[in-house]
Design a protein around this ligand. Sequence first.
Ligand SMILES: Cc1ncc(COP(=O)(O)O)c(C=O)c1O
Length: 396
Amino acid sequence: MSSGFSEADISRARRETPGCEEVLHFNNAGASLMPEPVVDATVSHLRLEARIGGYEAAKRSREAIERVYGATAALIGCDRDEIAVVENATRAWDMAFYSIPLGPGDRILTAIAEYASNYIAFLQVARKTGAKVEPVPNDEHGQISVEALRNMMDERVKLIAITHVPTNGGLVNPAAEVGKVAREAGVLYLLDACQSIGQVPIDVRTIGCDMLSATSRKYLRGPRGTGFLYVRRAVLEDLEPPFLDLHAAEWTGKESFEIRSDARRFENWETNFAGKVGLGVAVDYALGWGLDAIWERVRTLAEDLRSRLNDLPGVAVRDLGAEKCGIVTFTVKGHAAEEVSRRLSAEGINTSVAPPSSTLLDTEERNLGPLVRASVHYYNTAEEVSRFCEALERSL
Ligand SMILES: Cc1ncc(COP(=O)(O)O)c(C=O)c1O
C-alpha cells in the first residue's frame, strides 16, 4: 500500500493502537505507541516462556524469532545475513564503531547534528588511538554540507559517521549524497538511522552506507530494548567486534577461536526473544502500510503542525534542513521547555524535551537551550494537531 493513507486506513491504524484512546501522543521520537499485533506477539512469546520454559519457547517460536532478520532486511534493502539484532541503537552503533581499526592521525568526519553518545565514543577512541574527530560544517539549510565534506576528504579519512535524523529536530541529513562521497573515496560510512527508521524510506544500497544502526521503539513502533545493526557483507570480515562470546565466535582449540562470518558476530548469546518477535512483527506491520505512504503522511502532519505553531505568538519553530521529517521542535518565549511539556502532559498530551547536551555542537552553534519536541506519526491526525495547538495556546 504505497498510495497514501485513506480515512479508513487512519481509522484502522488508530483502532489497532489502543494508546490512541488514552493520550494524544506526540512523543513518537521517544517511543511510539505500539500497535496491537506487536503487543500481542511480544506478550504471547513471554507467556509461552512462562508456560513451557524460555529455551523451549525459543525452539518452538524459532520461525517467529528468525522473521526479524528477513523483515529488517526487507525494510532496508539488504540480505538477512547482514543484520544483527541487539539491545538498542546505541549498542548497534557501538559494535560497529568500536570494530573499526583507527590509529594516530586517522580522521573521522561527522556532522554538526551528531548525537551525544556517538560523539562521546569518537572522543574516547580519539583519546586512546590518536585519531581525530572533525565535524563537517552545515550548508545554508542547516544540514551537513556535502561540498564541505568533499573538500575535507583525503587519504587520512578512515570513517564518515553521521546521524540521519538528529535527536533534536526535523532535519534529515542528505544520507545518499554523503554516501556518494564515501563510495567514491572508498571510505567506511556509518549511518545512525535511529530516528529515521520507520518514518523515512531507507535503502542501504541507494544510500551507500557500510553500516547502519537502528532502534525498535521509535518510528518502527516495536518494543523497547531491541535494535539492529546492518553491516555490508563486503566489509564484515574486516570488522572485528569489540566483544566476542560463544554466539559471535566459536572456540575451536586451546589457543584458537573463529569469528562467525555473518553480521550476527555483533550479537551476543542471551537476548530478548520476545522483543525480537515483537520487532519482526513491527517491521512487517510498517511494511504493510508502506514506507512511502508513512513518509508522506508523517511529513504532511508535521508541516501542518509547524505552520500552526508559527502562527502562535512567542512560539519559534527550530527545525533545520531542506527536507524535514515528523519531528517538530520549538521554543516558547518566556516559558521553559520543561514547563511547556509538563503543562501539555497535564492535558494528556505527550511531548518530550531535547536537552542541549544531546546535540552539543548544534545547540552551541545555534545558541539554543532546551527545546520542546513534538513528534508525529501516521496514526496521529489533523484534529490532534489542532487540539495540541489549542492546548499550547491555553497553557501560555
Ligand atoms: C540520533 C540518535 N541516535 C541514537 C540514539 C540512541 O538510541 P537507543 O536509545 O535505542 O540506544 C538516539 C536516541 O534518542 C538518537 O536520537
